[in-house]
Design a protein around this ligand. Structure first.
Ligand code: AMP
Ligand code: MG
Length: 531
């Protein structure tokens, strides 16, 4: 213990086991693939990776957990967070859950390659579950190996921390560790399996419980366990809702709906496409969870998805996310219906989700446009802008960032000049240019109703319109280097993405438009579920 700052060493960290002590577990402790009835989790040990090496560590997460910053340099840290060595109070386990995948009930899924180590309470009283992703098979691995490759682990590590620094609810990442062993993957499922470096990410979140965690018990008609898990979740993560009971369950569902709506507004604000919004990838506490084939909009296209596995139906495309979240909430409502026994209250909350999302979207767009007040024409102005993006290939991030530079008193032609860096190719053609200028004229007229100086508006807009996002090609460039043993690209991105709203000297190469070569390169615009 470092007494001065009250920072802890890893071996003095108190590890709790409330999830396993508070909920029914699987009596079978052998680790083989199987259906696990009547249990929230199975005990399972991670595999050992004697050649494991630390690649990156989130200092921010380390500090949140109250760990001394030098701890991540120790052998013990690498051993513990690769799953190679357990601390004495750790009771490693994998959770049972089900889910709807691409619109169809998939039955039992569960932590197929996630192993929970236990919980830590930070100085502010918040509990944090620690979970290793890629530390070996569990009873829920089905036909897969329980491992993770470096490329997907880098993507999860960087993006979860980047989302946190963008102010978006998310699971966190403490560490990224190379296992020193290889994993075989057929990246596009097209008969080209390859050996790739393996890695383990330690994820951290108040809870990893998902919509699918409830769905599995409803599907199995194990209503007693359904209730136990709901009561446990409310007591631990929604304590302000009070004692279990019909009214509390309804208030709980309402809060899940509102948090999910808020999360969708955030994703739409920054141009994040999750890629696999199956109900097993929806957090009960409204966090972004399970970073797989996600992507960031570069040219604004509501129909875009990075996930090649979803190219046909584009179910999880950017513009569909709020609607899919609602569909997923309906599945959750069905699952917890036995706790309430009435559909009316659940239906009215689902209606509220729609309103809450729409209002949240409009407020978010007002903030992106730099409006501190609400005026009647705002919705039309925002929708018309989104429509304009169809006329010219427009980088979403750069457009909003440069929109802040528009001066209220200049001509629309002058205003348009600020936006030049946001357009791909030759920029807008004549008709498109005129349409943008016309819109800018309306926008400037609207700004007059704000009575706010240009520089104050710019500062406010810069607080909601990020300059740096984890562009798909930037992640891929860092991955390419890391696969060759040079992790500097990961470290650079991690540092810059800590302050996504602040322009940083010498980092213009991380704030530019997607280069042309990245348009079609796998990993940059196309990703699969293979990870
Ligand atoms: P996802 O859609 O990636 O969240 O995964 C769906 C399900 O597949 C979850 O139950 C995962 O735990 C499981 N899964 C994905 N990849 C693997 C893997 N390599 N080994 C074992 N299970 C996996
Ligand atoms: Mg998942």
């Amino acid at each position: 213990m470092n007494k001065a700052l009250n920072l802890k060493t890893l071996d003095s960290l108190a590890i709790g086991a409330e999830f396993v002590s508070g909920l029914p577990g699987d009596p079978v402790t052998d680790n083989y693939t199987r259906q696990v009835p009547s249990a929230c989790y199975s005990f399972v040990n991670p595999v050992a990776f004697p050649k494991a090496r630390l690649i990156a560590c989130s200092e921010d997460m380390l500090a949140t957990l109250g760990l001394d910053p030098t701890e991540c340099g120790t052998d013990l840290f690498t051993q513990v967070f690769s799953g190679t060595r357990l601390l004495s109070d750790m009771r490693p386990h994998a959770c049972c859950y089900g889910g709807h995948q691409f619109g169809h009930w998939a039955g039992q899924l569960g932590d197929g390659r996630a192993i929970n180590l236990g919980e830590v309470t930070s100085a502010d009283g918040q509990h944090w579950a620690l979970q290793l992703k890629g530390a070996g098979p569990t009873p829920y691995s089905r036909s897969a190996d329980g491992l993770a490759v470096l490329r997907s682990s880098i993507r999860e590590f960087l993006c979860s921390e980047a989302m946190h620094h963008l102010g978006i609810p998310t699971t966190r990442a403490l560490s990224l560790i190379g296992t020193g062993e290889s994993v075989v993957r057929d990246m596009f499922y097209d008969g080209h399996p390859k050996r790739e470096p393996g890695a383990v990410v330690c994820r951290v979140a108040p809870s990893f419980v998902r919509f699918g965690s409830f769905e599995i018990f409803a599907a199995r008609k194990e209503h007693d366990i359904l209730k136990q898990l709901a009561d446990f979740t409310i007591a631990r993560d929604f304590p302000h809702l009070g004692q279990p009971g019909k009214d509390t369950y309804q208030a709980w569902f309402r809060e899940i709906c509102l948090r999910t709506a808020d999360l969708m507004v955030h994703w739409m604000r920054v141009g994040f496409v999750h890629g696999v919004m199956n109900t097993d990838n929806m957090s009960i506490t409204g966090l972004t969870i399970d970073y797989g084939p996600y992507g960031w909009l570069e040219s604004y296209d509501p129909d875009w998805t990075p996930n090649t596995t979803d190219f046909e139906g584009r179910r999880y495309r950017f513009g569909n996310q709020p609607m899919i979240a609602l569909w997923n909430l309906v599945q959750l409502a069905n699952a917890i219906y036995p706790l309430i026994g009435e559909t009316g209250p659940l239906e009215s909350v689902l209606e509220e989700y729609k309103k809450h999302y729409e209002n949240g979207w409009l407020d978010m767009m007002r903030a992106k446009l730099g409006f501190a007040t609400a005026q009647p024409g705002d919705e039309a102005l925002a929708l018309d802008l989104v429509g304009l993006f169809r006329l010219a290939e427009t980088d979403m991030t750069l457009f909003f960032r440069h929109l802040g530079e528009v001066v209220e008193a200049e001509t629309p032609e002058q205003a348009m000049a600020h936006l030049a860096p946001a357009f791909y190719g030759e920029g807008p053609g004549n008709d498109a240019r005129l349409a943008f200028e016309q819109w800018l004229g309306r926008y400037q007229a609207r700004l007059q109703q704000e009575h706010s100086p240009d520089d104050a508006r710019l500062a406010a807009m810069n607080r909601v319109n990020p300059l740096y996002v984890l562009r798909n090609y930037l992640a891929q460039l860092a991955i390419d280097k890391s696969e060759q043993g040079d992790h500097s690209g990961v470290h650079e991105l991690m540092e810059v993405l800590k302050n996504p709203y602040t322009e940083q000297a010498g980092k213009a190469h991380l704030a530019g438009k997607r280069p042309d070569w990245a348009r079609t390169r796998p990993g940059c615009s196309m990703l699969s579920c293979s990870s």
